[in-house]
Design a protein around this ligand. Structure first.
Ligand SMILES: NC(=O)c1ccc[n+]([C@@H]2O[C@H](COP(=O)([O-])OP(=O)(O)OC[C@H]3O[C@@H](n4cnc5c(N)ncnc54)[C@H](OP(=O)(O)O)[C@@H]3O)[C@@H](O)[C@H]2O)c1
Length: 237
């Protein structure tokens, strides 16, 4: 199997890279970082694309996709806190800059990846694409408020996935494109908030990667456009 993982040095991304390499699959690991020693610690058939921001996805991924379409794509790139900015607790903390950063990292980056994939898809292409979103991006499920920019950017991401899936269903009927909530997982992203999470609800990145890989095996084109929990249940938009 050939697998593309973005955000490949992140908690969930790195665990997915390791999961598929352990199985003997070929992995294309995409990262915004400069080359890291991580490349030496992960063995197997891994092609790292270092320093690859979303605006480079088309140029850097195209030569690879041309040779063969991946069977699985996991878009694991995203932010909750960055540049010293924690998610908002109240409206007075909201800033346009924080929303723009979240929109870029959590929504626009994913759309750039879909644009990079599209020229290589046809009506016979079989490819499962899981874009990591978040349950807190559900408008209906929002009972707590807060985290304004993150929630807005993930809601926008969910809409992007739904919209593109409608377009692709006609043209690429065997491609599955879904937004997936990975569940609360130990990572840099969740680290500042883990004390609020009961231990049994906090998964290791390794467990989450295995869950996401299992989910990918079960997805069908009926799931395209949906926002799914890692166990495959639907989360309302
Ligand atoms: N962990 C959770 O509990 C949880 C819960 C719900 C949803 N999610 C979603 O799951 C996805 C993966 O999260 P994670 O927990 O693996 O987080 P993470 O450890 O922080 O990894 C996210 C990765 O995204 C990439 N990235 C791209 N642009 C970035 C930027 N401007 N600032 C920082 N990182 C950037 C980085 O990878 P590279 O440097 O390799 O590009 C980073 O390591 C995210 O979309 C997140 O919203 C996570």
């Amino acid at each position: 199997m050939r697998v593309v993982v973005t955000g490949a040095t992140g908690g969930i991304g790195r665990a997915l890279v390791a999961h598929y390499l352990d199985r003997g699959d070929e992995v294309i690991a995409v990262s915004t970082q400069k080359h890291q020693h991580i490349a030496d610690t992960i063995n197997g058939n891994c092609h790292w694309l270092w320093q690859c921001p979303p605006e480079d996805y088309v140029g850097r991924l195209s030569p690879i996709l041309q040779s063969r379409l991946p069977d699985r794509v996991f878009h694991c790139s995203g932010i909750l806190h960055a540049n010293g900015k924690m998610p908002e607790k109240a409206l007075k903390q909201f800033s346009a800059a924080q929303l723009q950063d979240n929109m870029q990292a959590n929504c626009i980056a994913a759309v750039s990846l879909l644009q990079a994939l599209e020229p290589f898809l046809n009506r016979y292409s079989q490819c499962i694409i899981a874009v990591l979103s978040a349950k807190v991006g559900s408008i209906e499920d929002n009972y707590l408020g807060g985290w304004h920019s993150y929630r807005m950017s993930k809601a926008a991401l969910n809409m992007a996935i739904k919209t593109v899936s409608i377009e692709w269903r006609r043209r690429f009927p065997q491609v599955v494109l879904a937004a997936v909530h990975p569940g609360t997982t130990e990572s840099k992203l969740s680290q500042p908030f883990q004390h609020n999470v009961p231990t049994q609800q906090l998964a290791s990145a390794t467990v989450t990667a295995a869950r996401l890989a299992t989910l990918a095996e079960r997805l069908t084109n009926q799931d395209s456009g949906a926002l799914l929990h890692w166990d495959g249940s639907k989360i309302p938009f």
